[in-house]
Design a protein around this ligand. Sequence first.
Ligand code: FRU
Length: 509
Amino acid sequence: MTFLTTAAGAMELPAAPASGQFRPKFHYTAGRNWLNDPNGLVYLNGTYHLFYQHNPFGTDWGNMSWGHATSSDLRTWEEQPVAIPCDAQEAIFSGSAVFDAHNTTGFGTADAPPLVAIYTSAYSDASPLAGRQAQSLAYSLDEGRTWTKYQGNPVLDRASADFRDPKVFWYDGGAGSYWVMVAVEAVQRQVVLYKSADLKSWEYLSTFGPANATGGVWECPDLFELPVDGDPEDTRWVLVVNINPGGIAGGSAGQYFVGGFDGVSFRSGSTVTEGLQEDSTRMREYGWLDWGRDYYAAVSFSNVPDGRRIMIGWMNNWDYAASTPTGGWRSAMSLPRDVSLTRVQGGVKLRQEPVDAFRTAAPDGFRLGPQPLPPGFLELPATAAAARIDVEFEPGAARSVGLAVRAGDAGRTVISYDVATGTLALDRRQSGLVDFHPAFPSIESVAVPLQDGRLRLSIHVDRCSVEVFAQDGLATITDLVFPADASTAVAIFAEGEGARLTALAVVGR
Ligand code: FRU
């Protein structure tokens, strides 16, 4: 049962419509209606809170409010009442949430400190601030169940129409200890940084960008520090900037920069091009969170213990999000990813792997051991409507190796590795329903060097998505697919002689 809290009180919504064939088995969707960006990702007392852009009243974007779901393992989510509903004056756009452990805001007490949401007020015509976007606060004294807007909103207003998506974290470093906000001036392709002692009054620090991909507005930034290969003495800061359109696969995507942050400015060590003149020939040199079409507005959780950095993206693309054929609900979240930094040839890169709940070895499932992989298709005696497939190829002298998933008479999604070019591709042109939007049928690709002659893929197939993690997460491809119910076959293939299969496991979900 879903309840919607409005100014008029709690209202019971009718039961959610039947799931439908595309409702994911292990990705979060709202029971009904529209969802986009993850917002306010925060961990507190054993619970992960996922807030998100949500239209409580329909399956299209609008009435933007913060939906809410909770989980203890990042795998099973329980939908909660709408956390921060829109009203006549403002829509509640994207933002973040922090645990204000020292009660710097005074919203709680020293003994019972608050959770604080920092969100973008997108003011409607009824507001004296009509047309502006500014940053506002809401707080919760009951671990995220109910929220109160701060009377002094907005807390940061630049008189801009495109100032949004504040991500706030507690900085504790050489320059002092304070809250830092990263937000965007979306149209200017800039990340702006501010600092505060109490989340209420903000002081300008610096601006980053434009840089690298600038073919669309910059949205939903994030900034965090990570050790390189686990060494606490050797850390870098990662600046995430989502961009729409102008992503690497077309439409929406996330890019990232690796560099340093001194408490005032972020300096990138990985910028390829500066300014608004993106160099289209160098797009593949930029840092991309994902090389598919359906990983957007990705941001990380705050307050997770043990220095873990976990990110979730909206598994969709603004190019066609309004047209995806899913009935009474629309859009899912990606799998939560553990992100880390690792040194590779040519610099320091992000590694992204599904969180433990999706990674731990399962005893059951179908397995193949090391063996030659002759030319042609080999259909496996395992079906996978929703499954995890771990496979390692040794392509050797073959031209290509790969798999077909969600395969059947009505189509298939093909993941292939071209040995000559060292390119991994996902082809969803024949994946099932593709003609609901002209931008949907597509092939995505990414350069993936073999490691000791091997290609390792971990593929997570759900009812409307395929997420590929290559070489233990050094490159990922996330794509929606809308296959026929009966398309559940899995096949592996090689083109040309000389390939070997080192290991394969298909574990159903
Ligand atoms: C990104 C975005 C954000 C904005 C929100 C509105 O997908 O456009 O910039 O805050 O969605 O729903």
